[in-house]
Ligand binder design. Structure first.
Ligand code: SF4
Length: 314
């Protein structure tokens, strides 16, 4: 057994022979990124501190896109709410890694809510770059999904600039429509942090055909970049990929998509129980080498459970 463990990963060996003679190969970068880890630690610390003063802790939206971790936090007394109206006056409110619109923070503070900001520094960087582009007079294009919480926050920050023009676009086919009422001579581009690299470059190529001047900040975060590259590298070496993470996690979904594009069958699962589905079991039974990776919002303990199940049952 190789004993080396990946650098930012759940301390699982890079290679593990299974009970039934197959080989599980672990991606070199997988699981919790530094932003998510910091946010979870900060939330628990904040909760511990304020609990003694009888102030309950609420997280605005899911702290991370992983249902299993949200349930673990709930069991500690850390509640998830979708709306600021559901946070009682004087309570503690955690802003998650995706960030939040600035007016929401002001609203919370005005109600005596203690705001604990766990916005990831990489997301903060995108917010700052979008503001900078708006101040320089560019029409700001955020490459990402308009309804994603991170993009909602970035948009709100940029719109605070007087006269700012901001739009989120997720696919080149939507460019014409999205920009139809906006100035397109000078376009400034940032990316949602978890965007797929190829999609981002494709979007930049298409935008260069409509703008006279294009200023681009590639703000895909390094953790996303490393996970995508490690997953792609591994997908070339194995017969099947198991990608672990929340079904609502963009970065996990992108990892699975990437593996499929390479031509390796890939299954996106949240829990080890899903390995028992007939389709996945059949693919795993046929495979000799099984690749395992996980999105940036997947906790180590979930990855360990999947690894143990693969090891014992296949
Ligand atoms: S995926 Fe990137 S941007 Fe998102 S929390 Fe992790 S480090 Fe931050």
């Amino acid at each position: 057994m190789t004993t080396t463990t990946p650098s930012e990963s759940p301390a699982i060996p890079l290679e593990t022979p299974t009970t039934h003679g197959k080989l599980i190969k672990m991606a070199k970068h997988a699981g919790f990124c530094h932003g998510v880890k910091k946010a979870v630690d900060k939330t628990i610390d904040t909760h511990d501190t304020h609990q003694t003063q009888d102030r309950p802790t609420y997280v605005l939206g899911q702290l991370i896109h992983n249902q299993q971790e949200i349930q673990r936090l709930e069991a500690m007394g850390i509640h998830t709410v979708q709306d600021l109206a559901d946070v009682p006056d004087g309570a503690v409110c955690v802003i998650r890694t995706h960030g939040a619109p600035p007016e929401l923070v002001k609203l919370a503070e005005a109600r005596g809510i203690h705001v604990s900001d766990a916005t990831c520094p990489d997301v903060r960087l995108v917010q700052n770059k979008a503001v900078e582009l708006a101040q320089e007079g560019y029409t700001v294009v955020i490459v990402g999904k308009a309804n994603h919480p991170e993009v909602i926050g970035i948009t709100a920050y940029a719109l605070e600039v007087d006269g700012a023009k901001v739009v989120a676009i997720s696919h080149p086919r939507d460019i014409q429509d999205a920009l139809k009422d906006l100035p397109r001579r000078r376009i400034g581009v940032v990316s949602q942090t978890t965007q797929m690299e190829d999609s981002f470059f494709d979007m930049v190529k298409h935008l260069s055909m409509v703008a006279k001047e294009l200023k681009v900040h590639n703000t895909i975060c390094p953790a996303t970049f490393f996970r995508q590259h490690a997953a792609a590298e591994l997908a070339h070496e194995v017969d099947v990929m198991i990608v672990v993470g929340g079904k609502n996690s963009s970065n996990t979904t992108h990892l699975a998509q990437l593996c499929v594009e390479i031509g390796t069958p890939a299954f996106h699962i949240e829990t080890p129980e899903e390995l028992a589905s007939p389709e996945i079991t059949e693919a795993l039974n046929k495979a000799n080498r099984i690749g395992l990776t996980a999105g940036a919002s997947t906790p180590d303990w979930v990855i360990h459970h999947v690894h143990e199940t693969l090891n014992a049952q296949f």
